[in-house]
Ligand binder design. Structure first.
Ligand code: SAH
Length: 231
Protein backbone atom coordinates (compact mmCIF):
# COMPACT_ATOMS: atom_id res chain seq x y z
CA UNK A 1 0.00 0.00 0.00
CA UNK A 2 2.85 2.37 0.80
CA UNK A 3 4.20 2.31 -2.78
CA UNK A 4 0.76 3.01 -4.25
CA UNK A 5 0.29 5.87 -1.82
CA UNK A 6 3.70 7.30 -2.64
CA UNK A 7 2.94 7.19 -6.38
CA UNK A 8 -0.55 8.62 -5.94
CA UNK A 9 0.54 11.46 -3.67
CA UNK A 10 3.31 12.37 -6.10
CA UNK A 11 0.81 12.40 -8.98
CA UNK A 12 -1.37 14.79 -6.95
CA UNK A 13 1.63 17.01 -6.21
CA UNK A 14 1.36 16.25 -2.48
CA UNK A 15 4.15 15.28 -0.03
CA UNK A 16 4.97 11.59 -0.56
CA UNK A 17 6.76 11.46 2.80
CA UNK A 18 3.31 11.07 4.37
CA UNK A 19 2.96 7.64 2.70
CA UNK A 20 4.32 5.56 5.66
CA UNK A 21 1.89 7.15 8.14
CA UNK A 22 -1.07 6.66 5.78
CA UNK A 23 0.00 3.05 5.12
CA UNK A 24 0.08 2.44 8.89
CA UNK A 25 -3.43 3.90 9.15
CA UNK A 26 -4.51 1.66 6.25
CA UNK A 27 -3.09 -1.43 7.95
CA UNK A 28 -4.96 -0.55 11.17
CA UNK A 29 -8.16 -0.06 9.14
CA UNK A 30 -7.90 -3.42 7.38
CA UNK A 31 -6.97 -5.22 10.61
CA UNK A 32 -9.71 -3.63 12.73
CA UNK A 33 -12.29 -4.13 9.98
CA UNK A 34 -12.02 -7.89 10.55
CA UNK A 35 -13.63 -7.46 13.97
CA UNK A 36 -15.77 -4.34 13.54
CA UNK A 37 -17.58 -2.98 10.50
CA UNK A 38 -15.66 0.11 9.39
CA UNK A 39 -15.58 -0.13 5.59
CA UNK A 40 -16.76 -2.25 2.68
CA UNK A 41 -13.46 -1.55 0.91
CA UNK A 42 -10.89 -4.13 2.06
CA UNK A 43 -8.31 -4.65 -0.73
CA UNK A 44 -5.15 -2.65 0.07
CA UNK A 45 -5.01 -1.14 -3.45
CA UNK A 46 -8.63 -0.05 -3.16
CA UNK A 47 -8.13 1.35 0.34
CA UNK A 48 -5.16 3.36 -0.98
CA UNK A 49 -7.10 4.78 -3.94
CA UNK A 50 -10.72 5.04 -2.83
CA UNK A 51 -10.12 6.12 0.78
CA UNK A 52 -6.70 7.81 1.00
CA UNK A 53 -6.12 9.30 -2.44
CA UNK A 54 -9.77 10.31 -2.83
CA UNK A 55 -9.50 12.21 0.47
CA UNK A 56 -6.07 13.63 -0.38
CA UNK A 57 -7.34 15.04 -3.69
CA UNK A 58 -9.25 17.71 -1.73
CA UNK A 59 -5.93 19.34 -0.89
CA UNK A 60 -5.42 20.05 -4.59
CA UNK A 61 -8.78 21.88 -4.75
CA UNK A 62 -8.99 23.87 -1.50
CA UNK A 63 -6.57 25.55 0.92
CA UNK A 64 -6.67 23.78 4.31
CA UNK A 65 -3.62 25.45 5.88
CA UNK A 66 -4.29 26.58 9.48
CA UNK A 67 -8.03 26.01 9.05
CA UNK A 68 -10.42 24.54 11.62
CA UNK A 69 -12.09 21.59 9.89
CA UNK A 70 -15.01 19.39 10.97
CA UNK A 71 -15.62 16.13 9.11
CA UNK A 72 -19.28 15.18 9.51
CA UNK A 73 -20.10 11.45 9.48
CA UNK A 74 -16.41 10.65 9.21
CA UNK A 75 -16.83 6.87 9.66
CA UNK A 76 -13.32 5.41 9.61
CA UNK A 77 -11.92 8.95 9.16
CA UNK A 78 -12.64 9.95 5.55
CA UNK A 79 -11.86 12.46 4.27
CA UNK A 80 -10.79 14.25 7.49
CA UNK A 81 -7.95 12.16 8.86
CA UNK A 82 -5.85 11.81 5.68
CA UNK A 83 -6.19 15.59 5.25
CA UNK A 84 -4.71 16.11 8.73
CA UNK A 85 -1.82 13.70 8.07
CA UNK A 86 -1.00 15.57 4.85
CA UNK A 87 -1.64 19.09 6.21
CA UNK A 88 -0.66 19.05 9.92
CA UNK A 89 -1.48 22.75 10.42
CA UNK A 90 -5.21 22.10 10.24
CA UNK A 91 -7.23 21.68 13.47
CA UNK A 92 -9.49 18.69 12.99
CA UNK A 93 -12.79 17.61 14.52
CA UNK A 94 -13.97 14.14 13.51
CA UNK A 95 -17.68 13.63 14.19
CA UNK A 96 -19.61 10.38 13.98
CA UNK A 97 -22.83 9.03 15.42
CA UNK A 98 -21.30 5.58 16.08
CA UNK A 99 -19.13 5.24 19.19
CA UNK A 100 -17.12 2.26 17.90
CA UNK A 101 -15.91 4.31 14.93
CA UNK A 102 -14.83 7.11 17.28
CA UNK A 103 -12.91 4.58 19.40
CA UNK A 104 -11.12 3.35 16.25
CA UNK A 105 -10.23 6.94 15.27
CA UNK A 106 -8.79 7.62 18.72
CA UNK A 107 -6.58 4.55 18.31
CA UNK A 108 -5.35 5.72 14.90
CA UNK A 109 -4.55 9.21 16.24
CA UNK A 110 -2.59 7.69 19.13
CA UNK A 111 -0.69 5.26 16.87
CA UNK A 112 0.20 8.03 14.40
CA UNK A 113 1.10 10.47 17.18
CA UNK A 114 -1.30 13.10 15.80
CA UNK A 115 -2.08 16.21 17.83
CA UNK A 116 -4.83 18.73 17.17
CA UNK A 117 -7.49 16.12 16.46
CA UNK A 118 -10.73 15.97 18.42
CA UNK A 119 -12.83 12.79 18.02
CA UNK A 120 -16.47 13.43 18.91
CA UNK A 121 -19.26 10.92 19.30
CA UNK A 122 -22.48 12.63 18.32
CA UNK A 123 -24.91 13.63 15.63
CA UNK A 124 -24.22 16.67 13.48
CA UNK A 125 -27.65 18.20 14.04
CA UNK A 126 -27.12 18.08 17.84
CA UNK A 127 -23.45 19.17 17.66
CA UNK A 128 -24.61 22.47 16.13
CA UNK A 129 -26.03 23.46 19.53
CA UNK A 130 -22.45 23.59 20.94
CA UNK A 131 -20.38 24.55 17.94
CA UNK A 132 -22.58 26.60 15.67
CA UNK A 133 -20.72 28.66 13.04
CA UNK A 134 -17.27 27.87 14.46
CA UNK A 135 -15.53 25.96 11.64
CA UNK A 136 -13.67 27.36 8.63
CA UNK A 137 -14.40 24.20 6.66
CA UNK A 138 -16.90 21.35 7.05
CA UNK A 139 -16.31 18.26 4.89
CA UNK A 140 -18.55 15.27 4.32
CA UNK A 141 -18.49 12.14 2.15
CA UNK A 142 -21.15 9.45 1.73
CA UNK A 143 -23.41 10.54 4.60
CA UNK A 144 -26.69 11.80 3.10
CA UNK A 145 -28.09 13.40 -0.02
CA UNK A 146 -27.05 17.01 -0.44
CA UNK A 147 -30.43 18.51 0.45
CA UNK A 148 -30.31 16.80 3.88
CA UNK A 149 -26.54 17.06 4.26
CA UNK A 150 -26.68 20.85 3.85
CA UNK A 151 -28.82 21.15 7.00
CA UNK A 152 -26.43 18.88 8.92
CA UNK A 153 -23.29 20.74 7.82
CA UNK A 154 -23.95 24.41 6.94
CA UNK A 155 -24.98 25.47 10.50
CA UNK A 156 -21.46 24.48 11.67
CA UNK A 157 -19.66 26.68 9.10
CA UNK A 158 -18.52 30.23 9.93
CA UNK A 159 -19.73 33.00 7.66
CA UNK A 160 -16.98 33.24 5.04
CA UNK A 161 -16.13 29.55 5.44
CA UNK A 162 -16.94 26.56 3.25
CA UNK A 163 -18.94 23.34 3.23
CA UNK A 164 -17.29 20.75 0.97
CA UNK A 165 -19.47 17.85 -0.15
CA UNK A 166 -17.78 14.89 -1.88
CA UNK A 167 -20.16 13.48 -4.44
CA UNK A 168 -20.39 11.32 -7.56
CA UNK A 169 -19.85 12.94 -10.96
CA UNK A 170 -23.48 12.20 -11.86
CA UNK A 171 -24.81 14.37 -9.03
CA UNK A 172 -26.27 17.21 -11.18
CA UNK A 173 -29.87 16.44 -10.24
CA UNK A 174 -28.95 16.05 -6.57
CA UNK A 175 -27.34 19.50 -6.62
CA UNK A 176 -30.33 21.10 -8.35
CA UNK A 177 -32.68 19.56 -5.79
CA UNK A 178 -30.52 20.98 -2.96
CA UNK A 179 -30.11 24.55 -4.22
CA UNK A 180 -33.06 25.97 -2.35
CA UNK A 181 -31.99 24.32 0.93
CA UNK A 182 -28.44 25.63 0.50
CA UNK A 183 -29.74 29.18 0.01
CA UNK A 184 -32.13 28.98 2.97
CA UNK A 185 -29.25 27.84 5.21
CA UNK A 186 -27.02 30.77 4.18
CA UNK A 187 -24.95 29.03 1.52
CA UNK A 188 -24.06 29.74 -2.09
CA UNK A 189 -22.63 27.14 -4.48
CA UNK A 190 -19.16 28.50 -5.26
CA UNK A 191 -17.65 25.70 -7.35
CA UNK A 192 -18.41 22.24 -8.72
CA UNK A 193 -15.22 20.46 -9.70
CA UNK A 194 -14.60 16.91 -10.92
CA UNK A 195 -11.27 15.30 -10.12
CA UNK A 196 -9.52 12.04 -10.97
CA UNK A 197 -8.13 9.59 -8.42
CA UNK A 198 -4.57 8.86 -9.61
CA UNK A 199 -3.87 5.30 -10.78
CA UNK A 200 -7.58 4.61 -11.39
CA UNK A 201 -10.34 5.45 -13.90
CA UNK A 202 -12.41 6.85 -11.04
CA UNK A 203 -13.62 10.43 -11.12
CA UNK A 204 -15.41 12.10 -8.22
CA UNK A 205 -16.84 15.55 -7.63
CA UNK A 206 -16.31 18.21 -5.00
CA UNK A 207 -19.18 20.62 -4.45
CA UNK A 208 -17.92 23.73 -2.62
CA UNK A 209 -20.54 25.81 -0.87
CA UNK A 210 -19.57 29.20 0.52
CA UNK A 211 -21.28 30.39 3.69
CA UNK A 212 -22.44 33.88 2.75
CA UNK A 213 -24.77 34.64 5.64
CA UNK A 214 -25.77 33.23 9.02
CA UNK A 215 -27.98 30.16 9.18
CA UNK A 216 -31.40 31.05 10.66
CA UNK A 217 -31.58 29.93 14.32
CA UNK A 218 -34.34 27.40 13.68
CA UNK A 219 -31.93 25.18 11.70
CA UNK A 220 -30.81 22.46 12.07
CA UNK A 221 -34.04 20.77 13.06
CA UNK A 222 -34.21 17.26 14.53
CA UNK A 223 -33.17 14.52 12.10
CA UNK A 224 -36.74 13.20 11.96
CA UNK A 225 -37.95 16.62 10.76
CA UNK A 226 -35.06 17.10 8.33
CA UNK A 227 -35.89 13.76 6.71
CA UNK A 228 -39.65 14.16 6.71
CA UNK A 229 -39.63 17.72 5.43
CA UNK A 230 -36.35 18.43 3.58
CA UNK A 231 -35.85 22.15 2.90
N1 SAH B 1 -17.35 9.61 5.53
C1 SAH B 1 -16.99 8.20 5.63
C2 SAH B 1 -18.12 7.33 6.22
C3 SAH B 1 -19.39 7.26 5.42
S1 SAH B 1 -20.59 6.19 6.16
C4 SAH B 1 -16.56 7.67 4.28
O1 SAH B 1 -16.83 8.32 3.27
O2 SAH B 1 -15.95 6.60 4.22
C5 SAH B 1 -21.65 7.39 6.97
C6 SAH B 1 -21.22 7.70 8.38
O3 SAH B 1 -21.96 8.84 8.81
C7 SAH B 1 -21.50 6.58 9.38
O4 SAH B 1 -20.32 6.30 10.10
C8 SAH B 1 -22.61 7.15 10.28
O5 SAH B 1 -22.48 6.73 11.63
C9 SAH B 1 -22.39 8.65 10.14
N2 SAH B 1 -23.57 9.51 10.30
C10 SAH B 1 -24.75 9.42 9.63
N3 SAH B 1 -25.59 10.43 9.98
C11 SAH B 1 -24.91 11.19 10.89
C12 SAH B 1 -25.22 12.37 11.62
N4 SAH B 1 -26.41 12.96 11.50
N5 SAH B 1 -24.29 12.88 12.45
C13 SAH B 1 -23.09 12.28 12.58
N6 SAH B 1 -22.74 11.15 11.93
C14 SAH B 1 -23.63 10.61 11.08
Amino acid sequence: METLLRQGLTALGLPADAAPALARYGALLIETNKVMNLTAITEPADVAALHFLDSAALLTLEDFRNKSVADVGTGAGFPGLPLKVLEPTLQLTLLDALQKRITFLETVCRELGLTGVECVHGRAEAFAADRRETFDIVTSRAVANLQILAELCLPLVKVGGRFLAMKAVDSDAELEAARRAIGTLGGRVAAVRDYAIPGTQVRHRLISVEKVKKTPEKYPRTFAKIKKNPL
